[in-house]
Design a protein around this ligand. Structure first.
Ligand SMILES: [Zn+2]
Length: 320
């Protein structure tokens, strides 16, 4: 795998591309920067966008990102109207708290029960599902958190909007030290301003945020200082942990937080590649050809966090 990446990739260094490819685990030329960056060039050398057979991110004439696969479809207004007017609630989620507690109990996370053992996984890995797309992964001496949402509602306000069925199993204050947060896209159930603020207050510039292209300004507005913004197939790492590579990889979805910001920010998935373990976080996605490209380059994975269940109504949700 390491060889394949090294062979297939051009070298990117300060000042642009150099001829030839060096091994991925070769000596570093200097310490990696800790501050926010729009480009990974200064701190990292590989750029998979230069490969011929990867699907690159694409924008339309208005500068909005688009899904570059035929598997993406935009639902018609009629289909949406039909869904609103005629679709019954097919959810089998129990409404009573007692049944919910039985069917889907919220347990105290392992890192609260045994904080002294956090991150000590040897060559193995440990994963804790914190609800929806929030997953805490301990692997290769790093603690990584995906799409952190600790709020009760996925909404710009907390008095209205979609409410979670189960509360979060812990608070930001109860988390162990987190080294990196991965953000897949800007929908409210994946990017929660309150949780970002709380994590930033707790960990400050020590916490590295890996975010999609177009999100750096938003993160800085919320006070985050250590943000790496990446395009599809770009990669970077956590300072002091060069052996683990974080690659922003494609997926088939979209972005929106306000009435006018549709697809201004890119969406994607993440591949975390360590010496002992490989973790894939899919974000929100429909099926597309990108998964073959990701698997070919970075697979097989030891752990994959993949969204399931949000596929009704089929005519609207299948491709996203
Ligand atoms: Zn989404």
């Amino acid at each position: 795998m390491e060889d394949k990446v090294g062979q297939a990739t051009s070298l990117q260094a300060d000042g642009g591309a150099e001829a030839g490819a060096k091994p991925r685990d070769g000596p570093e030329e200097g310490p990696r920067k800790c501050s926010s960056s729009r480009s990974s060039r200064k701190s990292f050398r590989l750029d998979h966008r230069l490969e011929e057979d990867v699907t690159r991110s694409r924008r339309n004439l208005h500068g909005r990102f688009v899904n570059p696969w035929p598997t993406w479809t935009t639902p018609s207004f009629c289909a949406f109207l039909k869904f609103l007017m005629l679709e019954k609630n097919n959810s089998k989620v129990p409404s009573s708290k007692e049944v919910l507690d039985q069917e889907l109990p919220v347990l105290e996370p392992y890192f609260i029960q045994k904080p002294q053992e956090v991150g000590q996984t040897g060559t193995g890995l440990r994963v804790t599902w914190l609800g929806h797309a929030s997953v805490l992964v301990e692997m290769d001496d790093l603690v990584v958190l995906t799409d952190p949402v600790f709020s009760q509602r996925a909404s710009p306000v907390q008095f209205a909007g979609p409410k979670r069925f189960r509360g979060p199993p812990c608070s930001v204050a109860q988390l162990p030290k987190v080294h990196a947060v991965l953000i897949s896209h800007t929908h409210y159930d994946h990017l929660d301003a309150k949780s970002v603020t709380a994590l930033n207050v707790r960990f400050g510039g020590e916490l590295r945020w890996f975010v999609p292209l177009g999100l750096l300004d938003w993160m800085q507005r919320f006070g985050c200082e250590n943000v790496i913004e990446l395009d599809w197939w770009e990669e970077n790492c956590v300072p002091g942990h060069d052996e683990v590579t974080f690659v922003f990889t494609p997926c088939q979805h979209w972005c929106k937080r306000t009435p006018l910001d549709d697809n201004r920010v890119l969406w994607g998935s993440w591949a975390v590649l360590g010496p002992s373990n490989r973790f894939f976080f899919a974000g929100d996605t429909g099926y597309c050809a990108a998964f073959q490209e990701i698997g070919k380059r970075f697979g097989p994975f030891d752990l994959a966090a993949v969204p399931i269940g949000a596929y009704l109504p089929r005519c609207i949700m299948a491709s996203r």
